[in-house]
Design a protein around this ligand. Structure first.
Ligand code: NAD
Length: 351
């Protein structure tokens, strides 16, 4: 059994909702732990706990590599199969989450994730100040997707530079899987830059906006294995499997979709095939960077934008280090996170 390396894990049956509310604080070595609130269906609440442990550790790495003075945490509400989350129950769930977050005295702040929205964060904000991304009119920084898309664009510039010696994306062949909140915005930014876009989504309604951008529409399966300079996963996780790797015809992969690798060793398979894979948690950090800059540091949108665009520099440095040490960018990223965490722990004596 692996060791528990989380600072604090709180599991309670929500007194109002009766549903399992799990808050995992992985690390506060760099500062207050941050990470979204996932409200999702699980066959067994223990699967929700596994998710919370994994996702909160991922947030620690994300913040550390992005150079943020924050640690990682996550909230999971494990909704049992067959439970209908009507508006009344949803409110009770959010109030239970708010009280669980408040009980941690500011060591952790939550935000939106799969199954929650900025509006939900406003409900949580009625009971605790430790919440990010409420709607702008309710005092938050709102939807994080625009900043996530902008940060992904910055990562793509770094990849393009590494592949072709220029950060300009004009003429770059980009294959994008998933035209949701982030993917569609990113497609728009790439179209403005003059990239050659191949796009896909399981939702046929996304075909019309794709056409408006002048992008070529294809099926998700074909987009995944299309000949391209850069493949951009922007839908759900797990699309890079051991079986898919031999079929890929792209030079690099960089996208915001969480947990793209079906299993960790796929990073090595990609490396062996000479395909550059930039870890998703590095590429997708723009939303968190923006929310923390605006809400914690009270920076202007322009100052926050500069921080988000610095993802280009972060990725450039990572790719440089990976090449220099002949390791995968994934390895270079985890090593960087570990160095920053170790340095922070060494500075902060145990009380
Ligand atoms: N929104 C953010 O700020 C943010 C931040 C960090 C990471 N992410 C990650 O980025 C990804 C996209 O986020 P989003 O907010 O745009 O989500 P979203 O739900 O708005 O969009 C996802 C899109 O993917 C499509 N899709 C689902 N399965 C697909 C498949 N098999 N093939 C092709 N398309 C498929 C959906 O139809 C939808 O259009 C997610 O993995 C998310 O966890 C998002």
């Amino acid at each position: 059994m692996p060791e528990l390396d989380h600072e604090h894990v709180a599991i309670r049956t929500g007194p109002r909702s009766g549903l399992p509310v799990i808050v995992a604080v992985h690390s506060t070595a760099l500062g207050q732990a941050v990470g979204g609130c996932r409200v999702w269906r699980y066959a067994d609440w223990r699967d929700g706990l596994t998710d919370a442990l994994r996702l909160s550790a991922g947030m620690t790495a994300k913040c550390a590599v992005a150079g943020l003075a924050n640690g990682g945490g996550k909230t999971v509400v494990a909704v049992p199969e067959g439970t209908e989350l009507d508006p009344a129950l949803r409110r009770r769930v959010l109030e239970d989450v708010a009280d669980a977050v408040a009980s941690l005295d500011g060591t952790y702040a939550t935000g939106p994730d799969v199954g929650t929205s900025p509006e939900d964060m406003a409900v949580i904000g009625e009971r605790t100040a430790h919440v990010f991304c409420r709607p702008v009119e309710r005092g938050g920084s709102g939807d994080s997707s625009p900043a996530t898309a902008l940060g992904t664009l910055a990562a793509l510039r770094a990849v393009r530079h590494r592949l072709h010696g220029t950060p300009a994306l004009k003429g770059a062949r980009v294959s994008l899987v998933g035209l949701g909140s982030v993917g569609l915005r990113l497609a728009g930014l790439l179209a403005e830059e003059g990239a050659e876009l191949l796009v896909s989504d399981i939702d046929p309604a996304k075909r019309a906006p794709a056409r408006e951008l002048g992008a070529t529409w294809t099926s998700p399966g074909q987009a995944l294995t299309a000949e391209a300079d850069i493949l951009v996963p922007a839908a759900l996780g797990g699309i890079l499997t051991g079986d898919v790797v031999p079929e890929l015809r792209c030079a690099a992969i960089a996208g915001p979709a969480n947990n793209q690798l079906a299993t960790e060793p796929v990073a090595d398979l990609l490396h062996e095939r000479g395909i550059l894979w930039v870890p998703d948690y590095v590429v997708s950090a723009g939303g968190a960077i923006n929310a923390l800059a605006v809400e914690l540091r009270h920076e202007t949108p322009e100052e926050a934008r500069v921080r988000v665009e610095a993802i280009e520099h972060t990725v450039t440095e990572l790719l440089h280090e990976a090449e220099h040490r002949n390791v995968t960018p994934a390895r270079a990223a985890t090593d960087l996170a570990r160095r920053r965490l170790d340095a922070a722990r060494a500075r902060r004596p145990v009380t």
